[in-house]
Design a protein around this ligand. Structure first.
Ligand code: 5RP
Length: 223
C-alpha cells in the first residue's frame, strides 16, 4: 500500500467509527490536509445521515460544500461529538504536531470544542519523540522578528514560511531542531510569547483516538 492508500484506509475507518453515533442533528468537526480530504470524500457518501460540518479551514469548507454537505459557523453550533483530522506527527500519548497545512489555529479551536478528537494518519506519522517535523507557529505579522528571537532562546531554529498567509491573515514560523520531551510545557511556553496566535503542538488537548494506517491494517491507539 502506498501512503495515499494508507490515508484512504484510515479515513474510511474514521467514517466507520463515527457512523453508528450520528443522527439527523449531528454536526461533525472536520480538519485540513490530504488525509482529512480523504475523510471528507468518504463521509460524503453518508451525507443524508447527519446534519452538517464545521470546517477548520476555508479549503475544507470548500471541499465539504462541493459535496453538498452544509458547513456551519462554529459559533452557531452548541455541540460537536467528533473532530476528525490528520497530523504531521503523533507520539504514543497522542500528543500531536499539526499545522503543516497552516490551519493549526482553527484546527485547535474546533478540537477544543469537540467531545472526541479522532486523529487519522499513515504509520509514518508515529514517532517516539516529537520534533523532527518542524513545529509550525502562527504569528501576528508585525511580531515576526520578536517571536523568532524568543523561539531561538527556547532552543529552536525558526524559519519563515515564505508566501504563506493563514486563513486568519497571519504568518507561519516553522521551528526546526526541537526535541520535544515535554510537549505540554513547550506548548504553553510558546503560546506565552507575545505575538504568537498559537503553535502546532496539540498536547493540552491531544487526540483521544489515533487511527494509524499500516501495511498490516488500521491500528487503533487510545490515550
Ligand atoms: C494542516 C494539518 C494537517 O493535519 C497535517 O499537515 C497533516 O496533513 P496530511 O494529512 O496532508 O498529511 O495539520 O494544518
Amino acid at each position: 500500500m502506498n501512503q495515499d492508500q494508507l490515508k484512504q484506509a484510515v479515513a474510511q475507518a474514521a467514517v466507520d467509527h463515527i457512523l453508528p453515533h450520528l443522527d439527523s442533528k449531528s454536526v461533525i468537526g472536520v480538519g485540513t490536509g490530504s488525509t482529512a480530504n480523504f475523510f471528507i470524500d468518504a463521509l460524503a457518501k453518508h451525507k443524508a445521515e447527519f446534519d452538517g460540518a464545521v470546517a477548520s479551514s476555508e479549503a475544507t469548507a470548500a471541499r465539504l460544500k462541493g459535496h453538498g454537505i452544509p458547513v456551519y459557523d462554529l459559533n452557531t453550533v452548541s455541540e460537536l461529538e467528533f473532530y476528525i483530522d490528520g497530523a504531521d506527527e503523533s507520539d504514543a500519548h497522542l500528543n500531536l504536531i499539526k499545522g503543516g497545512g497552516a490551519a493549526l489555529t482553527r484546527e485547535k479551536i474546533v478540537a477544543a470544542v469537540a467531545k472526541t478528537f479522532i486523529c487519522i494518519a499513515d504509520g509514518s506519522k508515529l514517532v517516539s519523540v516529537l520534533g523532527a517535523f518542524p513545529l509550525p507557529v502562527e504569528v501576528i505579522p508585525m511580531a515576526r522578528s520578536h517571536v523568532a528571537r524568543q523561539l531561538v532562546k527556547l532552543g529552536g531554529d525558526p524559519v519563515y514560511r515564505e508566501g504563506v498567509l493563514t486563513d486568519n491573515g497571519n504568518i507561519i514560523l516553522d521551528v526546526h531542531n526541537l526535541s520535544i520531551v515535554n510537549p505540554p510545557q513547550l506548548e504553553a511556553q510558546i503560546n506565552a510569547i507575545v505575538g504568537v496566535v498559537t503553535n502546532g503542538l496539540f498536547a493540552a488537548r491531544p487526540a483521544d483516538l489515533l487511527l494509524l494506517g499500516t501495511a498490516e491494517g488500521v491500528q487503533t491507539l487510545r490515550r
